[in-house]
Design a protein around this ligand. Structure first.
Ligand code: CA
Ligand code: CA
Length: 187
């Protein structure tokens, strides 16, 4: 009986995908922040945003990852084995010119680096079957570039989950208090 239980435990442990935060260390040219992937195909961007703000690691508060340089983009993309269609922390403000205007990071960091997809359709294109798009994800075509997308997972494969960044804002709760509420164009 004991051996059966042990075998079951091993099987369960083997089948579970237990994510662990990983540091983009300064020794590797990084920013010292920690990152984590959360699988959640049913998560809208707004749900993912709220969930990320509730997360913490090493007493750092989390937020959806803000990918503010090519180096950060490449590190996240390769570190998490090509997180196709995962949400990251960009969204479009009300009044932003479509499709590329008014994009901001949840942290308020400057929107300087952009990495829109151009391999297939040119993104941002503000249209998914007629739905406007105001939220940021890694492209669902599995390119290491970005797509603007609506606040929903319309069918399996279009949303994988989300990427959390544990910043140096300080203790748990500090980040969400600092950021305030998201005022996006499309709910
Ligand atoms: Ca960042
Ligand atoms: Ca798009």
């Amino acid at each position: 009986m004991k051996s059966i239980l042990m075998a079951t435990t091993v099987l369960l442990a083997g089948s579970l995908c237990i994510a662990q935060p990983v540091q983009w260390s300064e020794a590797d040219g990084g920013n010292g922040h920690w990152y984590e992937v959360v699988e959640c195909p049913e998560c809208t961007w707004l749900v993912a945003n709220e969930a990320a703000l509730e997360m913490a690691y090493l007493e750092r508060g989390g937020h959806l990852a803000t990918v503010t340089s090519a180096e950060e983009n490449n590190w996240v993309w390769s570190q998490f084995s090509e997180p196709c269609s995962y949400w990251i922390g960009g969204y479009q403000l009300e009044g932003g010119a479509e499709p590329g205007g008014g994009w901001v990071w949840v942290t308020g960091e400057d929107w300087v680096f952009e990495n829109w997809s151009s391999q297939g359709q040119q993104e941002p294109n503000n249209s998914f079957n007629g739905e406007p798009e105001g939220y940021l994800q890694f492209d669902w075509n599995c390119w290491p570039t970005w797509n603007d997308f609506p606040n929903f997972p319309p069918s399996p494969g279009f949303v994988g989950g989300y990427i959390v960044e544990y910043d140096d804002f300080g203790p748990v709760g500090t980040v969400s208090a600092t950021l305030g509420s998201v005022k996006a164009l499309y709910r």
